[in-house]
Design a binder for this molecule. Structure first.
Ligand code: FAD
Length: 547
């Protein structure tokens, strides 16, 4: 982590003088309206998830002043985004688009380059442009959150008809989460796979539509039902990149399956992980296990109670296993180590067919316990999983962030096959490196279809420098070691983007060079989100920006 910075006001991007920056912002105010351009000249305020700042990362692992905006701008429509982009090219000011800025654990609302002007799209561009109950599709702007769409379905009497797939927290933007390739937990959990067609403002100010929206006339008719259109499929380059600003996106919604039923199994020992993976893989690939489900370690279950670590343990260092298990005694996990949360969909006779197979297979793990949901109190974590897996946004998941005082978190999230050897290797790697750095290990395996993301959240005190240094050291070691074993991250925090991009180095860094060529062609002045996902424009490359 960098040394604490003193605060010049406003924060000015490197290479631009203070006077130039203020003059440029005056020009922008004339174009977009005084009230839509805010200089970041006040002390930073963290707020909380629902009232999050758009100036910085409220869960920062560095000094808070490190990744911080110079100003925040609120365009009201695509034309104003175009104006904003042209302005950035005239003044060579870096800009950083966010939809809502709730990307907590991955950088929040912060820009990668200090002093960038944050383009907060969500504040004014927040319309649901279409909901089509026949096709189960919608068309949204960046400021539409999972909660927002869910509520609108309710207002239109469509909630029983179709579901919104939501991540663990429902307050984020559908576009923001999807372009960062986030996940939810119904069968529609791979959000990027479920989107259909984009409208994008390119870094030089041209506007394009992809998929069927690109038709000269009447593209709206098929925008949401066919993602590819004609010719090269370009959507991919607008996800986890800095090649364009997405102003509209089509999204598919899930039909109400006519019934649903959550289930939970627990397994006694850490060593059960491997054999369990061998059971989960064929069931998940054949969609007997239907949703993006979670296999969570008991430490995370305790943390999800919302009680701080200090409630269970007053010593120093990591929480000892016997204390974890005695703390878990009152929870449905009891003396077990793993909890699997899943959901079965469809009418009762369809569900009972699948649930019987799952029960027979899971029961092959000695000591496996099926939890009876009717025994669980209303505020038990199980019911949060139940809501999320059935299309109801929630914020219960925030509770484990309380594990540390001034709790913040950052994730290690490698991808692996759903296999005994891989799960065991990654688990051991994470556990060993957590022990080395004295950090509590809270793994959860998020099972996609043929792959799983291991999500390891490190919870830290955002006011404790030493703790933050340990957390970052632990992450950097895990990223490197995992990469040496053939496991890459599916997504990462701003601070790790260069490192993670470097792990995708096959062919002497061929993919990175390809991305740089695209960047230079699409964004010759390098104004758009420099450094995002390790991609730097020519103006920045090789000048010490990478970390
Ligand atoms: P934003 O912050 O607006 O966008 C994310 C990034 O995408 C931005 O930084 C920007 O670089 C880029 N971007 C955004 N909009 C645009 C645009 N229009 N054009 C171009 N680029 C753009 N995430 C999950 O996916 N699944 C989970 O289950 C999950 N669980 C979480 C649990 C907890 C407790 C916490 C704290 C976080 C969790 N997250 C999860 C992470 C995060 O909260 C969500 O992914 C959230 O939806 C991202 O914020 P957002 O939607 O507001 O996106």
């Amino acid at each position: 982590p960098a040394k604490p910075r003193s605060r010049e006001v406003p924060v000015v991007p490197q290479g631009v003088s203070r006077d130039q920056f203020l003059e440029a912002l005056e020009e922008l105010k004339r174009e977009l309206g005084e009230e839509n351009v805010e200089v970041n000249d006040k002390p930073l305020k963290d707020g909380w998830y629902m009232e999050h700042p758009n100036t910085h990362d409220m869960m920062t692992i560095l000094d808070e002043e490190e990744f911080v905006a110079g100003a925040v701008v609120y365009p009201g429509n695509t034309d104003e985004v175009v104006k904003m982009v042209k302005w950035a090219n005239r003044w060579l000011v870096p800009i950083f688009p966010i939809s809502m800025g709730r990307n907590l654990g991955y950088g929040g609302a912060a820009p990668r380059v200090r002093g960038s002007v944050t383009v907060d799209l969500g504040r004014r561009m927040n319309k649901i442009l279409d909901i089509n109950p026949e096709d189960y599709t919608c068309l949204v702007e960046p400021g539409v959150s999972f909660y927002g769409l869910y509520e609108e379905l309710g207002r239109r009497g469509l909630r029983e008809h179709m579901w919104v797939d939501t991540p663990d927290l429902g307050g984020g933007s559908i576009i923001g989460n999807t372009v960062d390739r986030g996940v939810g937990y119904t069968p529609y959990g791979d959000h990027w796979a479920c989107h259909s067609g984009l409208e994008v403002v390119l870094p030089t100010g041209e506007v394009i539509r992809t998929g069927m929206g690109a038709l000269t006339e009447g593209g709206e008719n098929t925008w949401g039902v066919f993602p590819y259109g004609f010719g090269p499929y370009s959507d991919g380059i607008f996800s986890q990149s800095n090649f364009g600003i997405v102003t509209k996106m089509g999204m598919t919604l899930m039909p109400n399956p006519g019934g649903h039923e959550s289930f939970m199994y627990t397994f006694p020992k850490e060593e059960d992980l491997g054999p369990l993976m061998e059971i989960i893989r064929p069931l998940r690939i054949s969609t007997i296990l239907e949703n993006v489900a979670q296999l969570r370690h008991v430490t995370q279950t305790i943390a999800a109670s919302g009680l701080p670590k200090s409630h269970f343990f007053s010593g120093s260092g990591t929480i000892p296993p016997e204390i974890i298990h005695s703390a878990a005694a009152a929870s449905p996990v009891g003396d077990h180590t793993w909890a699997y949360y899943g959901m079965s969909y469809g009418p009762p006779h369809i569900r009972s067919y699948k649930l019987a197979i799952i029960d027979a297979e899971f029961s092959k793990i000695p000591g496996c316990r099926k939890i009876d949901p009717s025994t669980l109190p209303e505020d038990e974590y199980f019911w949060s999983r139940d809501r999320i897996a059935s299309g109801t946004p929630d914020i219960h998941e925030l509770r484990w962030v309380n594990w540390a005082p001034n709790g913040a978190h950052i994730a290690f999230s490698p991808v692996s096959p759903i296999r005994c050897a891989d799960a065991t290797k990654l688990f051991q790697l994470g556990k060993r490196i957590h022990e080395k750095y004295g950090i509590d290990f809270m793994p959860a395996f998020i099972v996609g279809l043929r792959e799983m993301h291991l999500i390891v959240e490190i919870v830290f005190d955002r006011d404790d420098r030493e703790e933050k240094e340990r957390a970052l050291g632990c992450l950097r070691d895990m990223v490197d070691e995992a990469a040496r074993e053939g496991y890459g991250e599916y997504r990462t925090h701003l601070v790790l983007m260069d490192q993670v991009a470097g792990t995708y180095g096959w062919g002497g860094g061929a993919l990175g060079r390809f991305n740089e060529r695209l960047k230079d062609a699409l964004d010759p002045n390098g104004i758009l989100a420099p450094g995002r996902c390790g991609i730097w424009g020519g103006r920045y490359r090789g000048r010490g920006w990478e970390m």
